[in-house]
Structures are given as structure tokens and as C-alpha cells.
Design a protein around this ligand. Sequence first.
Ligand SMILES: Cc1ncc(COP(=O)(O)O)c(C=O)c1O
Length: 389
Amino acid sequence: MNQHARVEEKQIPFIDVAAQRRRLGRAIDDAVARVLAHCQFVQGPEVRALEAELAAFCGARHAIGCASGTDALLLVLMAWQIGRGDAVICPSFTFHATAEMVVLLGATPIIADVSPDTFNLDPASCERAVATAKRAGLKPRAIIPVDLFGLPADHDAINAIAAAHGLLVLDDAAQAFGATYRGRKLGALTTATATSFFPAKPLGCYGDGGAVFTDDDALAARVRSLRLHGEGVDRSDAARIGITGRLDTIQAAILIEKLKIFPEEIAARNAAAARYSDALADVAIVPQTGNQSSSVWAQYTLRLKPGRRDALAAALKAEGIPTAIYYTKPLHRQPAYRDFPVADGGVPASEQLSQEVISLPMHAYLERPVQDRIIDAVRRALASLSSLR
Ligand SMILES: Cc1ncc(COP(=O)(O)O)c(C=O)c1O
């Protein structure tokens, strides 16, 4: 065996989309073939079928397929007529798409801090952000909590702040569809929820896709219209300014097949995360879920003392184990966002986490021997770093 082949054999994927493809292969091929046969590539029957299944899965009254997670966020913000002069509270420690559509619509994101234990929006900082917005002469309109890395935010606390100040809540569950908070699945916990079906997400399709969930009939009707160029009574009636924000029929057909095995996959992700946490809790800060929530583990993210993660990443890479850092730059440090207001009290936890976090390979097909190899490599690398101190 030559050296190249040896390295390839050792390489572990960070997210193994191909393993799931192998498992589902025939079912997906058949589902796509059915769409190719009926030719309703846009708004075909699979879109409506998927929407019904997604709504039943999470307990929301409405599920509305759309073209991406970003479009899901945009469509809800458009439906609420968020725009110039409005403030929308967003966490700093997130993927920047959370705040992108707020800015695109001319509104101002107020950047709040997260809790270092859960990586999710800190209710106290969220409350302070309301005052920050008012002082800046803005009208606080909405909160976008994020269920980061697959773990639900503290929705009861955030909903209570929203109720006290008359704000709307749009949950950015792009990374967390399928997760539960106090026994209920994300999707029906807030005024509206947006998710992404980007291929690397826990429930991903084979391209771009997303969905909006809500119990609000009027909001659902507006979102359905907005995703179809703002159509009114029929396609030729422009009731409002909208976008092309539909989910493709082929992606819906693929998602129907994937949804069938999703509960099993969530269980497998949880089993892998539990093994990581049991084996690594004494050498790193392992992610917390608390006893109220379950995660779908979009990422499994450790915290290390500042300065150690680069060495850990390099040591693991040398053994064919990839890592990733989500996120090296919190939102308020991103060039496109650094001029927006930060909540009173600042965002120290977001700053700290961006220095400490490192994510390990995580997916539903991470077999126990591979988990063991990763655990062993992390422990050895961290032990050798300690001995250098
Ligand atoms: C937290 C968060 N919000 C929004 C998005 C946007 O989703 P999409 O890529 O489907 O537009 C993502 C995607 O990575 C995300 O992680």
C-alpha cells in the first residue's frame, strides 16, 4: 500500500453525507425518479406532502417549504413588515445568516450575548438589548433566538421577554430541527420558526432548502404568498411584493425519504455525543444540554482553555481527524456587522467562546470504533499539551 492510500484510509469525514446516501440510496433514487416522471418540478405534490409530514413531526399547525434557511428567515421578517427604524435582537455567537435578512430589509440588528454554558441567547442580555434599541431611537420589534449546534435556546425565558415588550419571536432553528425543549419539538414554541435543509444540517436535502413553521394562520398565509412572488387570488395577482422562495419538488421528495429515518438518526447522534461527553468531561468543557432540552447535535463542540485548540486541531489533523471552529468571529466582529449596536453590558461570553470552541466530527453514522479513535486522539493530544506547560 502506498503512503497516499494509507492516509486516505485513515481520514475520517467531519460529516458523512455519503454514509446516509449509501443507506438510503435506492429509496432516494426512486423518489427522484417519481418527480422526473410527473415533471411538476415546482410546487409539485411532494412539497405539500412534505409540509404535512413536517408539521405533524414537530406539532406546528403550518409548515411551509422554502428555498433555504435564509429565505425562511426573510419570508417571516417580510410578513411582519420589519424594516427601517425597527430593531431585531440577535445573538452574537451564531452563523451570520441569522442577522443577514434583518439588515437586508433595512432594520437594525441589536447584538446580544449568549450563555457560555449553552452557547444560546442569554435572556438577561436580550432584555438589556431592548433598552439599547430604544436608546438608539429604534423600535424593538422582534427577537431571533438561535438554537445553536442543535440545542434549543431558553424559549420560555425569551418568550416572556417578548411578551413583556410586545415583541415577535422568530426562532432560528436552522441547526436544530428535531430538537426538543421541555418535551416539545422546536417549530411550535415561538411565533414563528425557521429551519434549513442545507445538506450538512441534521435533516438536510441534496441542495438548498428550508421551512417556516407557525401556528398563526394569517402569518402562514402571508408567508405562502410571499414565497410565490406575493401572489394573491392566483398567479397573475400581485397582492404584495414577494420573492421566488419555494422549495424544489425534488428536494421535497428527498426530504420525505430522509424524514423516515430522522428519529433513528437523532438517537444515533445523541448516543455518539453521550460517548464523547463521558470520555472527555475530565479534559475539556463538554457541551451542556440541561435537563429541559434535547439536542440534535448539528455540532459537537468542546471548550478548551484559550491557546490550546490550534494545537489540538493540528494533532488531530495529523491523525486524519478533521475539526472545525464555529465561530472564530462572533457577529459583532464580522466586517459586515461591526457597526451595529451591541447590547448594554457587551458580549463577553461570545468573545470568550470564539477563542475556546472546537467541534469534533459528528453525524449519525459515526461508528463506535471511530468514536473511540477520536476520543483516544483527543485525550492523547490534550495530555501532551498539558505536559508541555
Ligand atoms: C444559525 C443559522 N441560521 C441561518 C442559516 C442559513 O441557512 P441556509 O444556508 O439554508 O440559508 C444557517 C446555515 O448554516 C445557520 O446555521
